[in-house]
Design a protein around this ligand. Structure first.
Ligand code: SF4
Length: 495
């Protein structure tokens, strides 16, 4: 089949989300202009049908096979895209090559550059990706130039928040054949890209392999992400002329398995995952002792899209979840604010706070903060690209207590500051329920963990507690006096 991304002809796109989890919509038995596309990033809208013709798209949410039948019949009968009572209709350029913004949760705003293929192109269609400018080779100097201005995305990236090119130059100059690892473990945004835009990710990996003369590309993902693993495996099989052989390897579901050196351990087949001491970093001594570049799908997709479209105006792919009307992964300009991100989905209840930056992000009441790295760092928030929204029905002491307990249970145990520190942190938080709130001891413990842990797991494990105490001191004091202002955590936390 030819590419479906351009032109005035009718296209009916069916985004069923993860077909293994939601089999309610089947396209079997239909023919004509109906194509299956990947997930949108907004699971609550799916199964989603987008009917497009002549610069107009009608969006139908929560569809079943019967809905597809009636929508198809309506389009055939009337010739209109919106004849079957759509949830939204938007106008756009006829040759638009990405899902348009629409007045629906998660789609209200955004650039969808890196997410451009999601729900608009068939994930493993070579024709669709080629029509969007994909598979284009780039010379090493151009790749390094883009890499000078592009930062790594996510805690699974070797260069999180840092420019990429210096690390690439180091790997290229180190003895041994380099390896490129696509670390797709753990982040909803990365899972989405592997499920819905795998060629974008593989393009980035391939040009990087060419630039550093790597002879192996490994896509690493959690064994639990079935749809992502299946889709990217199919994309690997059909990718034309990669710069190095590609393969897919899965690892355990554990959160810590996303840390770059633990990802390498998992790929090597080690059952006990422990972070490796640095220096030397993986860019010098990594997989099987070879120079290894570990980057997230987000980083590599940004590289591929940046090479095609330029990087003057950079974007960030972020997932907003928690007490929201719809969980969504969206792409916004780096100049936008956290408030705009939350507005794309709406809060379920009254907004109280947000944990910004994933599992060990920072707690804030203030959403008037930019989503760029500098703004988030200045506000003591995290840059992992995940924002958990908390309504006023939430207890912050309970929330950060759960995060501390998680850290105590999930750390790899290799270094004392993290292994013992997270256990002490959880204990200090339990003491609050017994009337003892020692903010100074918590602050000192956080400082030691942040400055002397081997990897970012321990460095950041105390951040939710520290920032919550700064923003909600009165709630901690109230708990020490036997009151929970939110009225939700009357029982002490479990160990
Ligand atoms: S900081 Fe935690 S997760 Fe990292 S090496 Fe130390 S014990 Fe393991």
């Amino acid at each position: 089949m030819t590419a479906i991304t351009t032109g005035d002809h009718l296209v009916i796109r069916v985004a069923a989300g993860d077909p293994d989890r939601d089999p309610s919509l089947s396209t079997a038995g239909f023919d004509g202009p109906i194509v299956n596309v990947g997930p949108t990033g907004v699971p609550a809208l799916e199964p989603l049908i987008a009917v497009t013709a002549a610069g107009r798209t009608a969006l139908y949410t929560h569809c079943s096979t019967a809905d597809l039948e009636s929508i198809t019949a309506s389009v055939e009968e009337t010739g209109d895209v919106d004849g079957a009572d759509p949830d939204a209709v938007v106008s756009h350029a006829p040759d638009r090559n990405r899902l348009p913004t629409a007045p629906l949760p998660g789609l209200r705003a955004g650039d969808r550059r890196v997410l451009g293929a999601c729900s608009w192109r068939r994930p493993t269609s070579v024709a669709d990706h080629k029509a969007a400018g994909g598979f284009a080779p780039s010379d090493a100097e151009t790749v390094l130039t883009v890499g000078n201005s592009l930062n790594g995305r996510g805690w699974g990236d070797l260069c999180q928040d840092d420019p990429l090119a210096e690390t690439w130059r180091t790997a290229r100059a180190t003895d041994g054949d380099p390896v490129v690892v696509v670390n797709g473990h753990g982040s909803p945004a990365d899972t989405l890209l592997l499920s819905s835009a795998p060629f974008e990710v593989l393009d980035g990996a391939s040009v990087l392999a060419s630039t550093v003369a790597a002879d192996r590309i490994i896509v690493y993902a959690s064994s639990e992400d079935d749809n992502a693993v299946k889709t990217v495996s199919s994309a690997v099989d059909t990718y034309p002329d990669p710069a190095a052989p590609m393969e897919v390897v899965t690892g355990p579901e554990e959160y810590r398995a996303a840390e770059p050196t633990m990802a390498i351990e998992a790929i090597e087949g080690n059952h006990r995952l422990e972070a490796r001491l640095r220096p030397p970093g993986p860019e010098r001594v990594g997989l099987d002792g070879r120079p290894t570049l570990v980057h997230t799908p987000r980083t590599l997709a940004h590289l591929a899209v940046g090479l095609r479209e330029g990087i003057d105006e950079q974007t960030r792919v972020m997932t907003v979840r928690g007490d929201v009307d719809s969980v969504a992964t969206v792409e916004l300009s780096e100049t936008q604010k956290l408030s705009e991100l939350v507005d794309t989905v709406g809060v379920d209840g009254s907004f109280k706070a947000a944990c910004v930056g994933g599992r060990f992000g920072g707690i804030t009441r203030d959403l008037d903060v930019g989503i760029g790295v500098e703004a988030l760092n200045n506000a003591d928030l995290g840059t992992d690209g995940i924002v958990d929204v908390l309504s006023d029905a939430r207890c912050l002491v309970e929330f950060v207590g759960q995060r501390a307990s998680f850290a105590a249970e999930e750390n790899c145990g290799r270094c004392v500051p993290c292994r013992e520190g997270t256990a002490q942190l959880a204990s200090l938080l339990r003491n609050v329920y017994d009337g003892e709130f020692d903010a100074q001891a918590i602050a000192e413990l956080d400082r030691v963990m942040a400055s002397s842990s081997i990897c970012v797991f321990g460095e950041r494990a105390g951040r939710p507690v520290r920032t919550a105490i700064e923003a909600f001191t009165s709630e901690f004091k109230a708990h020490a006096e036997g009151r929970c202002p939110a009225g939700t955590c009357l029982e002490p936390l479990e160990a």
